[in-house]
Design a protein around this ligand. Structure first.
Ligand SMILES: NC(=O)c1ccc[n+]([C@@H]2O[C@H](COP(=O)([O-])OP(=O)(O)OC[C@H]3O[C@@H](n4cnc5c(N)ncnc54)[C@H](O)[C@@H]3O)[C@@H](O)[C@H]2O)c1
Length: 398
């Protein structure tokens, strides 16, 4: 197997692109070789910083012979078509969450990956967090006895942060469900064995400034009988990082007095939303580098016959009969978060170890997203049909 660094192209120089570039720039196994975005300003900064080629057009990135893999960090509604184009151009693909907005689009991606033999990984970043993976392995190993239930909750300012208009339109993938709850679905599916049997959900839009889904309350039942509750609220009132040692999603320490600051900015008379988005995008601001703790996505607890286990700042805390025990979890080769997704891409492409977060897995997670919206609309339980297991965690019977 070659140990050559993977020459990576970046599609989309927004917020996600900025986070991926920060991780890839320091990852010893990747070279940032090109980027594409319709906006010239971040393209110029990328070219100046990395000396790579830049393109206004995604097709040119696919055609670039120097690239082995593409990271797709464009708006949701472009993911599936761009992933298919990149695979058919012979590139390996790391695509942002969600894989698509419709199940049929996922089928196109599955076919393109199978026909080309290229790797496709859906990079729901928190599904790669070292401690979330360790929790899935621990629970599925059976060391804590049978899994009973999982709780995932997150209260954030998501809806009030600077947003593009399409991010407020559910038909185009707007709202919390496609963007945020999808991380929680990934984590609970990994821990619960993947096979969700049914979904019952209530979803609401309480914020007139942001007329799209802002909160949800979801009950999942797995085929193996375990269950999961997922709650998300994105209204910038309570911040559940208070229940995670005031550590921010990315693993930085977080000031405890910021409640309401996104809402205050949005409602201030001189607020310029497109400018605020450009500020968050690649080249718009210095990115925080320090990362003293592992990333997280709210509170995540699994209850098993032999104890509870939850994410902790540097690994897992297991609450067994002898009280809490800390299990440290080592960091990966790359920066925790996006670097973990790059580690997965490297393992698949260079070491021939396919990652389970492939297009079929991404379709199964999208099925849960769509079922949440449908269950809320129709006020009934939805039975799922496209779920897949997690054999690499030693379980999979679920
Ligand atoms: N995994 C994570 O932690 C994480 C974090 C943020 C966003 N995301 C995901 O990343 C995606 C982008 O979100 P964002 O917040 O960065 O949005 P954004 O608006 O900040 O950035 C999107 C970028 O894509 C560019 N773009 C639009 N059309 C394009 C095209 N055809 N080709 C190339 N570039 C194009 C835009 O000009 C913009 O720069 C979303 O799907 C979101 O779910 C993931």
């Amino acid at each position: 197997m070659s140990a050559e660094p993977i020459r990576l192209g970046i599609a989309g120089l927004g917020l996600a692109g900025a986070m991926m570039i920060r991780a890839a720039a320091r990852h010893p196994r990747f070279v940032l070789a090109a980027a594409a975005d319709p906006r010239p300003e971040p393209r110029e900064i990328f070219a100046r910083t990395f000396g790579g080629r830049t393109h206004a057009d995604f097709a040119a990135l696919c055609a670039a012979p120097e690239l082995e893999a593409l990271y797709i960090g464009t708006p949701h509604q472009l993911h599936a078509a761009q992933a298919i184009a990149a695979l058919r151009a012979g590139k390996h693909v790391l695509v942002e969450k969600p894989l698509a907005l419709r199940l049929e689009e996922c089928d196109g991606v599955i076919a393109a990956a199978e026909e080309t033999g290229r790797t496709l990984i859906v990079g729901h970043t928190h599904g790669f967090d070292a401690n979330a993976v360790a929790m899935a392995r621990l629970v599925q190993s059976g060391a804590l006895g049978a899994l009973g239930m999982i709780l995932a909750f997150n209260y954030s300012d998501f809806l009030l942060r600077p947003r593009r208009p399409d991010e407020l339109d559910t038909a185009q993938g707007g709202g919390i469900t496609f963007n945020q709850v999808t991380h929680q679905i990934e984590m609970v599916r990994m821990i619960g064995g993947g096979m969700v049997r049914s979904v019952r959900a209530s979803v609401g839009a309480l914020e007139p400034l942001r007329p799209t889904e802002g909160h949800c309350n979801v009950f999942l039942e797995f085929e193996n009988g375990a269950s999961a509750s997922i709650l998300y609220s994105g209204y910038d009132f309570f911040d559940s990082d208070e229940f995670h040692h005031w550590i921010a999603e990315g693993g930085q320490d977080k000031p405890s007095n910021r409640h309401g600051s996104s809402r205050a900015a949005l409602t201030s008379p001189d607020f310029d939303e497109p400018a605020a988005q450009r500020h968050l995008a690649y080249g718009g601001r210095p990115m925080p580098e320090e990362q003293p703790h592992l990333p997280h996505f709210g509170v995540l607890i699994a209850t098993c016959a032999g104890g509870d286990v939850r994410l902790s700042p540097s690994g897992l805390t297991v609450y067994g009969t002898a009280g809490p025990t800390e299990l440290p979890v080592p960091r990966g080769e790359g920066r925790p978060g996006q670097g973990d997704t790059l580690d997965a891409l490297w393992s698949a492409v260079r070491e021939g170890r396919p990652d389970m977060h492939d297009a079929r897995w991404g379709k199964a997670t999208l099925e849960v997203i769509l079922a949440i919206l449908r269950s809320a609309r129709e006020r009934r339980e939805i039975i799922l049909e496209h779920q897949v297991t997690t054999p690499e965690y030693g379980g999979g019977s679920g």
